[in-house]
Write a protein that binds this ligand. Sequence first.
Ligand code: UGB
Length: 598
Amino acid sequence: QHNLHLLSPQQIELAKMLLETGQTHLFEHWAEPGVEDDEKKAFFDQVARLDSSYPGGLASYIKTARELLADSKVGKNPFDGFTPSVPKGEVLTYGDDNFINFEDMGVKEARKAAFVLVAGGLGERLGYNGIKVALPAETTTGTLFLQNYIESILALQDASCRLAQDDCQTKIPLVIMTSDDTHARTIELLESNSYFGMEPTQVKLLKQEKVACLDDNDARLAVDLRNKYRIQTKPHGHGDVHALLFSSGILKVWHDAGLRWVLFFQDTNGLLFKAIPGALGVSATRQYHVNSLAVPRKAKEAIGGITKLTHADGRTMVINVEYNQLDPLLRATGNPDGDVNCETGYSPFPGNINQLILELSPYIDELTKTGGAIKEFVNPKYKDASKTSFKSSTRLECMMQDYPKTLPPSARVGFTVMDAWLAYAPVKNNPEDAAKVPKGNPYHSATSGEIAIYRSNSLILRKVGVQVADPVVQVFNGQEVEVWPRITWKPKWGLTFAEIKRKVCGSSTISQRSTMVIKGRNVFLEDLSLDGALLIDAVDDAEVKVQGSVQNKGWTLENIDYKDASVPEELRIRGFKINKIEQLEKNYPESGNFTLKP
Ligand code: UGB
């Protein structure tokens, strides 16, 4: 009370709201008026931020928290009344006619797309000290995740424009959602690399705010232990992206510019863009309002399962059921074994890889109703079975893939399944945890993430007729992986099956110990026999035919231990480094027609 005269009218309103929502404890240890007034002001600044960044304000956050905490205390099943079953979706096979048609359609549509990267997470499971988008996706070329994403979007932009009949000037927009944990380092990464070739105006960063932590089942806000004038905060989850996009006004800008699709993706999947054209083609052809990308999922793998939920009252929805909820849900609905593999060796529920394609117009309509608020959940760690106190403060969380939960039954919600070797290889687990992953399940580590890129590129080249040798099994950081030839190319060389097929003719062979790096757009593999390392760079209007036999000592993978602190962290977490012994390197800096024939 005695501090009231210090406050502005807005601060008085906030103080009243806090008192009315049972937060008197926040003021209990405040100093006399005139003492620590700056800190008191900073407290209200923080409360104002927490209030304005949450749809419905802080009072609404506290109300929802009380409801969810009460549900959690009585152990209420969030899927009460719903029975899960396996939904039907579009299942694609890489390289068949259907796939090629969808890719073709996807490339055409790409000029009407905007991309949104959620990169606010610190990646606690990985334990890497930097931001995850700054990690190399693979170390043969050292291409970073963010670089790969941007170069892929630019390649898609060019390919889409080339297909258009008009004078296409499309610049595909990219939004990156950051948080206080990642914002400054993301800007620095972009600026120090000239936005990896994108125009700076194409990229927009939206920073998510954290939400208030809760101390007990009454949703009393947790006082920061280091400063009694601050409330403890934690991340609210990737679901924030919808409210942020809506409140920023950017969706309307995109709509007015004639865009039709918004594609969401995560921070570390080096294969993702191999799946984008096909999936976008499915969205356009099937007119999906929501299309989730999925891969076959091993039971208990830490990715959500796409599930059809049918309520006793007849309602149905196709939605991601998060990995920790799928097993209990199945057990509670007549499947005593829970989440298990079926005869295919995979769970019958496709794995959500959190790549979502939303049609912009219905998305804006929905967000106009909801403000972008996403159904939340709470996951308190209780001290004991009485469930009256927590081990540490908790908070509400939300996930971007829960967006369809508020949609009417008329919404067209579908999904697209692709092979995991083509579409999904995230970097989420640290070496120790990855080494403990049950045999046969994916490691989702920096090791497997890189190795998967070589495997995918090798398999793609096999599909277009190159004879690529079989892999060998090697162990890095305690993880057994198949090592294929280290084949990489820039996205502009080939993003789609048809484009890659066009670049390969004749009969070429690549041995297992080989490395091949293609950086030019118009490089054509004709009759190449590669046993060693070959690196080709060429400007866009240089056409290079590659023929003949290349043989040298090549590049090898050298084991390193993740505990070896003398090696940089981004290499250590892979368990290997590339030993560049001997290579043939060819650069074509001028336009013209060339033949590389050693
Ligand atoms: N992220 C944010 O931007 N902000 C946040 O507050 C939190 C995260 P994780 P998670 O595809 O493999 C998801 O931690 O949440 C970003 C799906 O829920 O890597 O455990 C973060 O930077 C799950 O269904 O994953 O699991 C990152 O880019 C499954 O699909 C992204 O959000 C799984 O991903 C994901 O964060 C998967």
